[in-house]
Design a protein around this ligand. Structure first.
Ligand code: 5AD
Length: 352
């Protein structure tokens, strides 16, 4: 099939995986994929790119995922912010205009569920913003407590749809329990973001399945990034398995299949491709998440080497983001940007 027919089949056929595979396997004539992704993004989101501020509040993690640079025992130094520090950073972010904060950390049990709930309530008491948590796996009732305290959204990637690879990469964890967590977050009423690590499996069939699974999950937000090998991990020295363009194409296909999902242009794309995040802004992304973590902490939160912006402070990261968005012919937006799946087009969920 040529690209045109593959794209038609992609949006009409039920079994999408073989078509996704064919699209990923194309050696030429890929412009149409990007053009359709862009048309889809523009139709739903116009020229607006939502800005959300990320606060990386603890670099400690009890997990030892094979790919991740901040896995337990891998870094010589680390940090934990106090509740007051987190709130101060939120105050700075609010002042700068953000209407969403993403609180991210390793899985750090030093913060109890009550601590996290207190932080959530306090943020809602002081600032009129949406809060996203990205702090790992919890029990169903714990996600419910987060929701009750004001957690609007939650990010938890499934990383790979290949269950045996998942088990090999995540000591003592299973894909099944990861997917259950995602389901539990959804059931608790929190808007859910998930996605995968592009290239963590070198098999293009797995990549096609990752895209298909992401689409089946009907996510409010889809966050993916390319795998970047870190020297302090068991995967040191491994390179991205394909032409980097495949990572961009992955996101374009996701956009076509998930017109209403929020799709951020994630940091790791800039490490794989110098203009990576621009390419995504020009084709399929509708979200950009500048780092608003204080500069003094940034070097200690490197999940992979070469993470940009570790020498910047909040205001510089924001100015750069705005300049970049405008250079791509788009406009930054500081609204909350809640899920479109739940609020605007309820029937669409049924169709999906
Ligand atoms: N390269 C790219 N992304 C990574 N992450 C963790 N380690 C790496 C790496 N080496 C991603 C994971 C995780 C997210 C917070 O960061 O997908 O879910």
């Amino acid at each position: 099939m040529n690209t045109h027919n593959l794209l038609r089949a992609l949006t009409s056929e039920n079994d999408k995986t073989p078509i996704i595979f064919e699209l990923l396997n194309l050696k030429s004539d890929t412009d149409q994929i990007y053009a359709l992704a862009k048309a889809t993004r523009d139709r739903v989101f116009g020229n607006k790119i939502l800005l959300r501020g990320i606060i990386e509040f603890s670099s400690f993690c009890r997990c030892r995922c094979s790919y991740c640079g901040i896995g337990a025992g891998r870094r010589k130094s680390g940090y934990r912010m106090t509740k007051e520090e987190i709130l101060e950073q939120c105050a700075d972010g609010k002042q700068a205009g953000y209407a969403t904060f993403v609180l991210q950390s390793g899985e750090d049990p030093t913060y109890s569920v009550k601590d996290i709930c207190d932080i959530l309530s306090e943020i809602h008491n002081r600032f009129n913003v949406a809060v996203t948590l990205s702090i790992g796996e919890f029990a169903p009732q714990e996600y419910a407590r987060f929701h009750a305290s004001g957690c609007d959204r939650y990010l938890l990637r499934f990383e790979t749809s290949n269950a045996s690879l998942y088990a090999a990469l995540h000591e003592g964890q299973t894909l099944e329990s990861r997917l259950e967590c995602i389901e539990n977050i959804k059931k608790s009423g929190i808007q859910v973001g998930s996605g995968f690590l592009i290239g963590i499996s070198p098999d293009l069939n797995d990549l096609a399945k990752d895209i298909a699974l992401t689409t089946t999950l009907a996510l409010d937000m889809i966050g993916c990034g390319p795998f970047i090998a870190d020297n302090d991990t068991p995967l040191a020295g491994r390179s991205f398995p394909w032409d980097p363009e495949i990572a961009l194409r992955t996101m374009a296909i996701l956009r076509i299949l998930n017109p209403l999902s929020h799709i951020p242009s994630t940091t790791a794309f800039d490490v794989l491709i110098p203009t990576g995040r621009d390419e995504l802004l020009k084709s399929c992304a509708n979200v950009y998440m500048p780092n608003i973590t204080r500069q003094k902490y940034r070097a200690d939160y490197q999940l992979y080497p070469g993470k940009p912006g570790i020498d910047e402070d909040c205001s510089v990261s924001m100015e750069k983001a705005i300049a970049r968005i405008r250079r791509c012919g788009l406009e930054p937006s500081f609204v909350r940007g809640d899920s479109l799946l739940k609020t605007t087009f309820p029937n669409f969920m049924v169709d999906k």
